[in-house]
Design a protein around this ligand. Structure first.
Ligand code: ADP
Length: 265
């Protein structure tokens, strides 16, 4: 039987991700590029994933696009919302998941799934940077850290401080003022994670917490946020494998299912 190769492109707000999938099961190649929609990011993500997979563009049976900039790729194949893409990926990679938290660069989403893995409801914060990856990027910059270093700093915190400002701009001033008072950087990082966790937990509670809970999106790579959120919600949180690739993976799987459907007489 001929292999069916599909591609999923997630043209995100801050990063572009691409996954190439064989027969809806095996990831042949993937790429994450730190430049989002409207830049060279999506194109670079596609070429990097193709070369990682060792395949040529013509071998792709169908490609699907998701993410903030998905509509730019509507002529190349089907497009699906980020909510659908993340729900498809979560249901495949964490069967039985009932609540999915997805925190990306510019928004945070909470998705409720039924026992068949279908999306039934969602809530989204896309109006305010607080509680998103952008908030963490801003805070990391103030502390002269990279986002990759935040989790380790959090783990070393002995007495986390509380960040009371809910707005990113005010929280930034608050962090600067605490820095001038000689508060330990590790404790500030733990406080920053606590702030993201409490904002996200508010969304989860409004939607209704159903267990088990999974997490996807770039921020799920930050164990400090995952731990703080798990504490705040009083439940275990399972991070979806390769969480930043989750949307692209969901799109590649969607393309595979479409391909199979189209083949049916
Ligand atoms: P989008 O799809 O909106 O572009 P992503 O889901 O790719 O967003 O998430 C981007 C966010 O993920 C960044 O703002 C950053 O906070 C966080 N992030 C990315 N890589 C890492 C990492 N290695 N460790 C911790 N956080 C990360």
């Amino acid at each position: 039987m001929k292999d069916r190769i599909t591609m999923g492109l997630d043209a995100g707000s801050t990063t572009s991700k691409c996954v190439i999938l064989k027969n809806g099961e095996t990831v042949l190649g993937s790429a994450v590029i730190g430049a989002g929609t409207g830049t060279s990011g999506p194109g670079r993500a596609v070429s990097q994933a193709l070369s990682a997979a060792g395949i040529k563009e013509e071998q792709i049976g169908l490609r699907a696009a998701t993410g903030y900039g998905r509509n730019r790729y509507a002529e190349e194949g089907p497009v699906l919302s980020e909510l659908s893409a993340h729900a498809i990926a979560a249901a495949a990679l964490f069967p039985g998941v009932r609540t999915l938290i997805d925190i990306g660069g510019q928004d945070a989403k909470v998705i409720s799934l039924n026992e068949r893995g279908q999306l039934v409801n969602f809530l989204m914060n896309d109006k305010c940077a607080a509680g998103t990856g952008r908030f963490l990027e801003v805070m990391a910059r103030v502390l002269e850290l990279s986002v990759e270093e935040l989790a380790q700093r959090d783990a070393a915190s002995l007495s986390p401080v509380s960040i009371s400002s809910t707005c990113t701009v005010f929280a930034e001033s608050e962090v600067i003022s605490k820095l001038s008072e000689n508060v330990q950087i590790n404790d500030l990082v733990a406080g920053i994670h606590g702030s993201v966790a409490s904002k996200t937990a508010g969304l989860v509670r409004r939607l209704g917490l159903k267990e088990p809970v999974g997490m996807s999106g770039g921020v799920a790579q930050n164990e400090g946020v995952v731990r703080a959120l798990s504490r705040e919600l009083g439940t275990e949180i399972t991070v979806i494998p390769e969480p930043q690739l989750s949307g692209a993976y969901g799109a590649a799987l969607y393309a595979y299912r479409k391909l199979i459907q189209n083949e049916k007489p």
